[in-house]
Design a binder for this molecule. Structure first.
Ligand SMILES: *Cc1c(COP(=O)(O)O)cnc(C)c1O
Length: 483
């Protein structure tokens, strides 16, 4: 590499001319990835030793030419990741990123807005406030009083909910902590709820045994009878029921808990009601799907992840809270060193209103695709993925697979009804992933099964046919070796 392409004299900086070339290269690499991802194996070989050996060449003792490092990085990322952008990634709720979200992310990186103090990035902070109000209204909260914050993801949003519930329910908690609460607080989640609740309980000092997993009903939903009974038994034993989480779209099987009925129990029992709608909450965007979430408007707080069904680039969690003072009570802090430029204005400083301190703008990478597509544009995408889920159910049934979960959301848990081997689902999933043609996973829904979820707005019927062909092939091959 010639010296003109190298760094100039000022350490990490480059000249505007070089930066222009850098951008051109990055744009080219991103475009090439988008065009070629469909021909790549969906999942990589897992070779930690090789990766570490490659990286050991970088001891950073000498500078390198940027084109060499940039193209090497691109090739490494490309070769060593599960391609969420591949239309046959049928995995966890990880989307192909919306093009305008990628563009917004690049713009945000260039401006690097700091979302700790409102006064450092007033526009970026107000974008987030605006989006929180818009989505809160869609979930049925009152626009005026609704509050919330962007966060890293659903796990942080759930953790935030637990902190708000503890702070609101036990006024001494913020100052004196759990030791000020005479009766041990406990929380209730369905057996199939997200395991971030266990981490949240630990991180809040409650311990994982304060999490009460409530048994499921016949459809795999949180059982109302079991919930009522668990609350009764806990009260009798001197525990303090603090929070109930209803899930709108379980990670495992897309099951929607009876949100309305859980709300009623929480109201009667004076318990904080949280709805974890990390993925399924996207139904609020499509008018005819809104009824799936009925009851969510009665929640005290809601978790939603824009980096799931809304295809925003990673790290886009949202937390909504009906009580306008709860976040303030929970995270209020005063320092001598944080900027006071906005003192007296009607604003909330994010650092005193949420878990994180310094952080990047998260709202802008949701704002750009939403502003361009509009709610209706997003609805088209969500309807399409839901249609693909229904079509996949049909195609699987036609090939003799049995679907186990009942949900309107595009996630299918299925088995080969002819094969009682408890390892069969795992072996099939493994064979399909090894083929490089698709990514699916084994899970458990009443019994071991295979899970396939539509997460990519570019997934078409031909991709579903290809998946089912690979599944059938794996079933035949396994049958042949066993029989
Ligand atoms: C994904 C998920 C979470 C965790 O969210 P992250 O964004 O991974 O932190 C929580 N709850 C549910 C229901 C989820 O699907």
């Amino acid at each position: 590499m010639t010296n003109t392409k190298r760094m100039d004299a000022s350490g990490i900086d480059v000249t505007p001319e070089v930066m222009k070339e850098v951008w051109a290269t990055v744009v080219h690499l991103c475009q090439a990835y988008r065009a070629e991802v469909v021909s790549l194996p969906v999942a990589p070989a897992l070779v930690p030793a090789a990766l570490r050996s490659d990286l050991s060449a970088y001891d950073f003792s000498l500078p390198r030419a940027w084109p060499e490092v940039l193209t090497w990085l691109d090739a490494q990322i490309r070769a060593h990741q599960v391609h969420l952008s591949h239309p046959r990634y049928f995995g966890l709720f990880n989307p192909a990123p919306a093009p305008f979200s990628v563009a917004a992310d690049a713009l945000v990186a260039a401006y690097n807005p700091q979302l700790a103090a409102w006064s450092h990035s007033p526009f970026a902070a107000e974008v987030e406030r605006h989006l929180i109000k818009e989505f809160a209204t869609r979930f049925g909260f009152d626009r005026e009083s609704a509050d919330g914050t962007f966060c890293s993801g659903g796990a942080e949003a759930n953790h935030t909910a637990l902190l708000c519930a503890l702070t609101t329910k036990y006024p001494a908690f913020a100052e004196e902590g759990l030791r000020a609460i005479p009766e041990q607080p406990v929380i209730y989640i369905s057996e199939d709820a997200h395991h971030s609740w266990v981490k949240a309980a630990r991180a809040c000092g409650l311990g994982s045994s304060a999490v009460r997993p409530v048994a499921l009903d016949a459809q795999g939903r949180l059982s109302l009878d079991q919930l009522a009974e668990a609350i009764r038994a806990d009260r009798q034993r001197g525990f303090s029921p603090c929070l109930v989480c209803g899930t709108a779209g379980t990670t495992n099987a897309g099951i929607i808990d009876p949100l309305k009925e859980v709300a009623q129990i929480c109201r009667q029992e004076d318990i904080w009601y949280h709805v974890d709608a990390a993925w399924g909450g996207a139904a609020c965007v499509v008018p005819e799907f809104r009824a799936w979430l009925q009851g969510i408007e009665q929640a005290d707080s809601i978790t939603f992840d824009a980096h799931k069904f809304l295809s925003v680039t990673m790290g886009a969690g949202m937390f909504f809270c009906k009580r306008p003072d709860a976040l303030h009570q929970t995270f209020r802090i005063t320092t001598g060193y944080m900027p006071r430029d906005a003192a007296g204005l009607d604003i909330a400083d994010p650092y005193a209103h949420s878990m994180q301190w310094s952080r990047r703008s998260i709202g802008i990478k949701l704002f750009l695709p939403l502003a361009i597509a509009g709610w209706d544009g997003y609805a088209v995408t969500i309807r399409h993925q839901t249609d693909m889920g229904n079509r996949l159910r049909q195609l699987l049934a036609e090939s003799g697979w049995r679907c186990l979960n009942e949900t309107p959301l595009p996630i299918v848990c299925f088995v080969d009804p002819e094969n009682p081997d408890p390892n069969h689902a795992e072996l099939i999933a493994k064979a399909v992933v090894a083929s490089g043609s698709a990514w699916i996973s084994p899970t458990h829904f009443g019994r071991p099964c295979i899970r396939a979820c539509i997460t990519n707005f570019r997934t078409r019927e031909s991709d579903l046919q290809e998946l089912v062909a690979r599944l059938n092939e794996a079933r035949d091959r396994l049958g042949a070796t066993n029989g």
